[in-house]
Unconditional design. Sequence first.
Length: 193
Amino acid sequence: MEYSLDEIKTKLENSLNTLYDKDEYLLKNCANERSLTHKLAEYLQKEFPDYNVDCEYNIDIDSQNKRKKWISAKVKEKIEQILQQIKESITPKNYDITNEVNKLSVNFYPDIIVHKRGFNKPYNLLIIEAKKDSDDYFDDEKLIAFTKSSPDYDGENIYNYVLGAKIIFDTEDSYSLMNYHKPIYFLDGARER
């Protein structure tokens, strides 16, 4: 079954409404992010019965090691700069290039995805990154990378999710059933305006 962008957004927003209505205890008591994403995934599964909804799913059937990898063009550029510095022998004495590269090219475990297991395109429907009470620019970069449809450099994995969403859970004193953060959406490798 195919879903329009508006249908996907409506189903996500319905699931968030259910979370804020039924799981006030978790939100008001600042439960772990994983507890909140787990509950949201349960509600999403009801909205998308013909898809799989998984938390922290890292399998990628198209990857050599079968794991999702994320490395943005900006990260690749940074690595190239570091390698150029090494070539020119001007790397600071206490600089740990291995640690830097490991931070920049990471295995990726999305908070929630709506997809069909065993497939990538065209069954990557929705990818969600979530945080409690705060925004994270790094999540923007991930959602941009996972919703784009063409690579920025040779060998880049393209997952081509139809829609990305950044969720900011309002917890403790920020919790409000009627006035909470709405999802921030990402389409075609860009934040929706």
